[in-house]
Design a protein around this ligand. Structure first.
Ligand code: ADP
Length: 267
């Protein structure tokens, strides 16, 4: 059915392979090998360079952040206080970008091995919701956990799945209005578990839904609500989901709300 695509690595060559039937009437196939080795090399070089730069930038930014915090207490006028605050917020933003980028880069490196252990996914969700309680309280948002079970054990990399949950719940908080409710729903089906993070927030315009998982992409809805971000959180979510052979999907209605669904196979 349709075109089968697969990336193939043969020694130092990288191919994109396509297989398709020539017609529905017979069993003849066309197999196309597209040599994308140069493209892959360029991509790797770009990632390596940014990773190197990120490491180099991290220390000086850290120093600026520490010094700003130290001198902030001595700011005597409103003007100085305001300027130090801007300096602090800006260094935090750069820090977040570097950290997100480095963790994505680490995930993308072939060296990353999953540390699979059997964990109760419900407990992990509760931990993630508790971690976000300060952010939720700041906006007076309630986070409800809707689940019929107390225990669903699955083999996953606990650290990575916690990062995935944190990103989805933090996004729901960031892009929701004050005094609203976020629902985290768990469905246990025969062969899979689904975790839904549902918000009634600002929503995402339809034409941007297929772009939000791209690195550094921030949708135009950001003009609705003034929140900072790196545009890397959902790329990290997607990477972690695919490392677990899971699926991440989004449904949204602009200005009404968004639902992210994470599907994980039971093992
Ligand atoms: P960011 O750091 O900008 O939040 P993400 O990769 O996590 O980066 O998300 C990419 C973009 O997707 C966000 O900038 C925002 O426009 C949109 N987005 C993500 N989650 C939501 C949500 N729950 N509601 C509305 N928009 C969202």
């Amino acid at each position: 059915k349709g075109v089968f695509r697969q990336e193939l690595i043969l020694k130092e060559y990288h191919f994109q392979m396509f297989i398709n039937k020539t017609s529905n009437k017979n069993e003849n196939y066309i197999i196309l090998f597209n040599d994308i080795s140069e493209l892959k090399k360029a991509e790797m070089l770009k990632s390596d360079m940014v990773r190197m730069l990120s490491h180099e930038i991290k220390n000086p930014v850290n120093n600026i952040s520490i010094v700003t915090e130290n001198v902030m207490d001595f700011a005597t006028t409103d003007f100085l206080k305001k300027n130090f605050q801007i300096l602090q917020e800006s260094t935090n933003t750069i820090f977040n970008i570097i950290n997100d980028f480095l963790s994505l880069n680490k995930l993308e490196s072939t060296l990353t091995q999953l540390n699979l252990t059997e964990i109760n996914i419900i407990e992990l969700l509760i931990e993630s919701i508790e971690l976000q309680s300060v952010n939720a309280n700041n906006k007076n948002i309630k986070i409800l956990l809707e689940c019929e079970y107390q225990k669903i054990n699955i083999h996953v990399d606990k650290k990575l799945i916690l990062i995935l949950f944190n990103n989805l719940i933090l996004n729901a908080l960031k892009y929701s209005y004050d005094n609203s409710t976020i629902t985290v729903k768990v469905l246990s089906l025969e062969d899979k578990v689904q975790i839904l993070v549902i918000d009634n927030g600002i929503g995402i315009p339809g034409h941007e839904l297929n772009k939000i998982f791209n690195k550094f992409y921030r949708a135009s809805n950001n003009s609705e609500i003034n929140v900072s971000g790196t545009g890397l959180g959902l790329s990290i979510v997607k990477k972690i989901a695919s490392m677990h052979n899971g699926l991440i999907e989004v449904e949204s209605e602009y200005k009404k709300g968004t639902t992210f669904t994470f599907t994980l196979l039971k093992n």
